[in-house]
Design a binder for this molecule. Structure first.
Ligand code: COA
Length: 381
């Protein structure tokens, strides 16, 4: 028997925002803010905000546009966030489940399966719109899967490779033979669009991957994985269910020393440090993983890397494969999608897995907050 990726599906949100559109809205907000605080800024009591620039964004990240679930609110300088109405749980399909279902249906169609054929569903991503019931169980219900299991898991941007490893473990542990792993990301809802350093980084998307235990392998065989985590606060999103309690700690007299609630809890990163610390570690993990499997890096025919930043992808490719590595080995989708967190290496795989020969060795690698890094070795059947 061999455990194979037999199909993938991609849900692309209905709207796209170009760098130019995003920057225009950001700069309107900056002008308004600076005018509103003109006296304090002139008196040196407050720092003026600076404009963003579309050229800067493309140069430092490779991003040209991003897909979003809601555009109007994000581009309104008085709102600067996606505006998404609540849906009554159980009465309507949740927005994350809706996105995941569309990606899953495409993947099932490609695999020639229906929801009834699935034994398990894992939704692996960075943010969940609620704590429970799991989005995966809602998807299990709507896709018509009977029996089996479904659960959510979160390993931030590395969730896809960690999710694939969980699927392999579940199959080897006898929990099922056909399992779907979904990455559903509404990253724009965790992004602070007023933060010049990061307002351009993320986009929304959903992907689905079908993994099957087969007597006659097809697609890409999952050879094995290597996972790595190390605590870092350089990328964080501290939003959580204790927010109300923490807010009360600042509001009530119970903790007289706490006077201000912590409100800046959206996505925050020290981008330079992340770049410097994560790139070498990713290259080390992939290289160690290859060495453990007695594979020379020159044998790698494709690397589907997390799409965080074009320069990171280039650097990792060069350090793993060599200075003159052919860039087509590590295909990119970041220009069109921006960083879509967990889903990004799966989009790269979905769009660019053609032209390989039977036996070719490839790697899917994700990395991000935690820090977390996952490397999955795949062999083209
Ligand atoms: N528009 C114009 N200029 C900007 C800007 C913007 N939106 N944001 C920052 N700048 C300026 C800064 O003020 C700074 O100016 P200075 O040199 O005069 O001080 C300069 O551009 C460089 O800023 P810096 O933040 O150091 O840029 P960078 O080259 O490190 O690129 C990132 C920023 C975030 C793109 C880059 O660090 C990165 O990709 N890091 C890894 C991020 C990542 O992968 N995170 C993982 C998430 S899963």
């Amino acid at each position: 028997m061999s455990i194979c990726i037999t199909a993938t599906g991609l849900y692309t949100p209905p709207y796209s925002i170009s760098n130019e559109e995003l920057v225009e809205s950001f700069n309107q907000y900056v002008d308004k803010y600076n005018k509103q605080h003109e006296d304090e800024i002139n008196a040196g009591e407050r720092e003026a905000l600076e404009h963003s620039s579309a050229e800067f964004i493309e140069k430092v990240s490779g991003i040209k546009s991003r897909y979003v679930m809601e555009k109007e609110g994000i581009l309104n300088p008085d709102i600067m966030a996606p505006v998404i109405p609540y849906r009554q749980l159980g009465e309507e399909v949740s927005i994350m489940a809706e996105m995941g279902l569309a990606a899953l249906q495409e993947a099932l169609d490609e695999a020639g399966l229906t929801g009834k054929d699935l034994d398990g569903i894992i939704v692996a991503c960075s943010n969940f719109q609620r704590t429970y019931p799991a989005i995966a169980i809602e998807i299990q219900h709507h896709i018509g899967m009977e029996g089996g299991f479904a659960f959510d898991m979160n390993v931030a941007c590395s969730a896809a490779t960690f999710g694939l490893s969980q699927v392999v473990g579940a199959i080897k542990g006898g929990l099922g033979k056909k399992i779907a792993m979904l990455n559903i990301e509404i990253c724009t809802a965790h992004l602070n669009f007023r933060n010049r350093d990061s307002h351009f980084i993320f986009g929304d998307v959903a992907t689905a991957t079908i993994i099957e235990d087969l007597e006659t392998p097809k697609g890409f065989e999952i050879v094995n994985s290597r996972l790595y985590t190390q605590f870092s606060t350089n990328i964080k999103n501290e939003y959580g269910y204790l927010d109300r309690s923490e807010f009360l700690a600042a509001e009530t007299a119970m903790y007289p020393d706490i006077t201000e609630p912590v409100t800046d809890k959206l996505f925050l990163q020290n981008g330079r440090k992340v770049f410097r610390e994560v790139c070498p570690k990713v290259s080390e993990i992939i290289s160690t993983h290859l060495a453990e499997n007695n594979i020379e890096s020159s044998e790698l025919k494709r690397m589907w890397l997390h799409q965080a930043n074009l320069n990171m992808i280039d650097l990792i490719l060069r350090t793993v494969v060599g200075k003159n590595a052919d860039k087509s080995i590590a295909p990119t989708v970041i220009d069109e999608f921006a960083n879509t967190s967990s889903a990004s290496p799966v989009i790269a795989f979905h769009r660019h897995n053609e032209g390989l020969n039977s036996g070719d060795l490839t790697v899917m690698c994700s990395f991000g907050a935690g820090y977390s890094i996952g490397s999955v070795l795949l062999r083209k059947v």
